[in-house]
Design a binder for this molecule. Structure first.
Ligand code: SAH
Ligand code: SF4
Ligand code: F3S
Length: 459
């Protein structure tokens, strides 16, 4: 009997399982979770831990740094082998590489069924339906005005901590960065929607909420008229005060904020809101005024120092972290020294440091990537060493102290529990699973490179 060229629709197996491979920032982590919620609601898909078990494989990609596109293609090559043996399988590429590359992905990898961006993943169920019905490849990378959030099912959280996206996109256009092109313009969710999602995850049992966005402090959300401030457009600080009042919330965090959007009110909030934890990721990228100007960051190093001073005057225990880019076009030894000097002066508790890589479509990619690779490597090592030293000092300083730790989950070894201090240090200690969700005093006995160990103080 000859094999039919096109399977009849009845021969299509039902879809049962979903695997999501996530790269990149917290926003992508959040989006992946929402994709899983959506596919569960639409098709009853169950999340599985390996691509081999999956009927649908989604890649949620990041294009912020080096060779992002190539990494996606080589990963896709591995998924292709799975699809060769199971042609009914659906492969989708979402996230920031999906947005940037669009249908080019299917030209290079024709076995990819769908390509979508961070603003179109609410269409996943519809895309899957079309693929199964019409056997077509789809690419959905428009940036619709409508709120994708309106089309997502209610978020469910089963842990102690929950994440809520409050704004999307970026209008800052730093010269090196793809995010404004992949995530689109800054759009803030209305206040009531944010509060509703927060209430929901608190009702599920979470006690900590992290507010997410590329520039959370650029938040400008439509809100109810506020009596004191007499305005309908709420800024980030107003939102913080409102979220902090929600029943059941013990800890409030946010990521990421931009120096240009820092306000005195936000610094004051760190001193005033007990639930707002004393940790702030405030990326500066470079300590050189010339580099900051070329990067289009919109502030000088002195502006940054002034912001840090103001924050610390309201919240002396504030722990800081930052991102740095090494080897931006034209960076001299003196520019790099200025970065080291800034790091020494600010004293961070942790930081991330990246070698500059030109990203397609960004203004900086038009300049020659002229800092030699070996110079970039040497500067990276020097800065990493300084960052590690500061991180070690910050952890050592906790020895002997008794700190409030939110018990979050079992640790890796038997009888161990894991949690975070208010200023976001990881702590391991002997404890009980029933303590999960409680904030408990732990006396710090050991400090390692990236975490602490302590003993629970039971009254
Ligand atoms: N919205 C955040 C950061 C988003 S991207 C902010 O403004 O801080 C995360 C980090 O990736 C950036 O802070 C930057 O340090 C790094 N990064 C972005 N583009 C890069 C590039 N082309 N090369 C190297 N690092 C880059
Ligand atoms: Fe990228 Fe700059 Fe926007 Fe951050 S603020 S996402 S670094 S363009
Ligand atoms: Fe990457 Fe997109 Fe986030 S480029 S860092 S996944 S916004």
């Amino acid at each position: 009997m000859s094999k039919p060229i096109i399977d009849s629709p009845t021969s299509i197996r039902s879809l049962d399982t979903l695997f999501i491979k996530t790269y990149g920032c917290q926003m992508n982590e959040y989006d992946s979770q929402r994709m899983a919620d959506l596919m569960k609601q639409a098709y009853g898909l169950r999340l599985v831990g390996t691509p081999e078990e999956a009927d649908v494989i989604l890649m949620n990609t990041c294009s912020v740094r080096e060779k992002a596109e190539e990494k996606v293609y080589s990963q896709l090559g591995r998924y292709r082998k799975l699809k060769d043996t199971r042609p009914d399988m659906i492969i989708g590429v979402g996230g920031c590489v999906g947005q940037q590359e669009g249908a080019r992905i299917q030209k290079r990898a024709p076995y990819v069924d769908m390509v979508f961006g961070p603003q179109t993943y609410h269409k996943l169920p519809e895309m899957v339906k079309k693929i199964r019905r019409d056997r077509v490849c789809l690419s959905e990378t428009d940036m619709p005005e409508i709120e994708k959030f309106d089309h997502l099912p209610k978020q469910r959280v089963d842990g102690v901590s929950g994440y809520v996206t409050i704004m999307e996109g970026c209008d800052k256009f730093c010269t090196f960065c793809v995010v404004p092109y992949t995530r689109g313009p800054e759009l803030s969710r209305p206040v009531e929607r944010v509060l509703e999602e927060c209430r929901g995850i608190l009702a599920d049992g979470a006690v900590e909420i992290s507010l997410l966005g590329q520039n959370v402090n650029g938040y400008r959300g439509e809100g109810p008229r506020d009596v004191e401030n007499n305005c309908e457009e709420w800024d980030f600080t107003m939102l913080l005060y409102a979220v902090a009042k929600l029943d059941g919330l013990k800890r409030l965090r946010f990521i990421t904020s931009h120096p240009m959007e820092m306000t005195t009110e936000l610094a004051v909030a760190f001193g005033e809101i007990p639930q707002l934890m004393p940790f702030l990721h405030l990326p500066v990228q470079s300590g050189s005024d010339a580099m900051l100007k070329h990067m289009h960051r919109g502030h000088t190093r002195d502006d940054y120092f002034a912001i840090i001073d103001e924050l610390r005057s309201h919240c002396p225990e504030l722990a800081l972290s930052s991102d740095f880019i090494i080897g931006y076009p034209g960076e001299t030894d003196a520019d790099f020294e200025a970065t080291l000097d800034l790091v020494r002066r600010v004293k961070y508790d942790s930081s991330y440091c990246f070698k500059y890589s030109p990203r397609p479509g960004t203004p900086a990619a038009k300049s020659a990537d002229d800092v030699p690779e070996d110079v970039k490597d040497a500067r990276l090592q020097t800065l990493l060493e300084l960052i590690r030293e500061q991180a070690r000092d910050a952890l050592q300083a906790k020895l002997g102290q008794t700190l409030d730790v939110l018990v979050e989950k079992p640790g890796r070894s038997d009888g161990d529990m894991e949690g975070h201090t208010a200023d976001f240090k990881i702590v391991h200690f002997k404890g009980k699973p029933r303590q999960i969700g409680q904030i408990m005093p732990v006396r710090i006995t050991e400090a390692f490179g990236q975490s602490l160990r302590g003993e629970l103080i039971v009254a």
